[in-house]
Design a protein around this ligand. Sequence first.
Ligand code: C2O
Ligand code: CU
Ligand code: CU
Length: 476
Amino acid sequence: MFRWLTLVFAIAWPASTNAGSAAGGAGTPRPASAGSDTLREPPILVNQSSVPRTVEVSLIAAPARLALAPGRVTDAFAYNGIVPGPTIEVHEGDKVIIHFTNRLPEPSTIHWHGLHIPADMDGSPLNVVPSGGRKDYVFTIDSGSAGTYWYHPHPDVRTGYQVAKGLYGAFIIRPAHDPLQGIPERLLILSDNRFRPGGSIDIPAVHTTAAIVDEENGREGNVMLVNGQVMPRIAIRSGEAQRWRVINASASRVYRLAIPGQTLLQVGSDGGLFEHPAVVKDVLLSNSERVELVVRGTGAPGSTAMLQTLPYDRYMPQTRPDDWNRPHNLLALAYTTEAPVAPVSLPRTLRVIPALDTARVTARRSIVLSQGLINGHTMDMSRVDVRVKLGTTEIWTIENVVGMDHPFHLHGFHFQLLDRNGVPERDRRWKDTVNIPKHESVRFVVYFDAHPGRWMFHCHILDHEDHGMMGIFEVT
Ligand code: C2O
Ligand code: CU
Ligand code: CU
């Protein structure tokens, strides 16, 4: 813990992160009484460029000695020496230049999860950076893409390992005009891990029972972390509203987020804000998905509420963990003793999301997920599984034919869900990942408007992906 703190402060923690006055305005300053707030957010990478509308930053992936298990320093991998890695913050329309140096003892890449950018900048397994190598990722941020994204390594077969060692970070895109401007923001990167008694990462040896269970379930850890911390505290004043950007960076743990005793206002998901806020009691967040919530301080001054993950059965019965049916605390919401403030009112319409035109659909695809396979195959780096014509709109049906959930992710292109098990989706949302529950199916529409090249689709349970639950689609 101490080491983590030291490192964070040693690496430019810009004054703007605390004051929330970072470019684009992360919100209003924390109230003075928020002394019981212990949630640390990764520092925002300082822009090295003085060119307008250009963000230029550097990321170095390297081995580091860090306490991934609080209080126990061990061998980890880190971006710029910290876990989670620093947050990259940009605006719509910005040109982004990221100088990546791979000082890991193995090949890696950085994948910009959810970004609509040229295929050779996607950091997919087709474009690995060797140990000791460098790559400049250069791309432009689309207008209308404001939202919460993240970055992680994506080398073939080693993604789960590198993420478990500590490589993941947030990527925030801000719009020119934010309808929720002025609401204080918090970033919550959820992850979990499993440690040996000394604090090293517990990855079981191949062919052991534990390894087989991990391969089936995906590797879950009993230590649940928010921004690398166990049970941090967020201070809130009664009546105050806070905007939480939440990222599921876990290899396989699916969260069903709730604050018992309060409802949540869901305002966005993978591809940014919804058209209209939705009141929910809980929200399911599968691997790699993001959610934006407005948490309203409906509790009494001095009281405490818990952000929990509620039981959710994504498992095969044979390998279901013992504690799957118990809620777990993730973070405490600590009400200050200050007198309540009047609740803020939020806009009813956050933005307009144009509907993709299903009348223009020129191809329909069927993707069948079974245990470890997509359409009966494991990943082959030299095989193209799906050929797509540039400029066309398609409907994909993703069907899960087995008794455990698989979160399906498409690189490079956001889609709009049409229906789940034939039941039409009520709200239009931009998504890049959708959980397909056991024996269910989902249809989405996607427009391949730009960026020809080879792209990945895969299950985002990292163990499944690494064991071959991935395919390639080529846009030409
Ligand atoms: Cu989070 Cu292939 O991606
Ligand atoms: Cu991705
Ligand atoms: Cu899977």
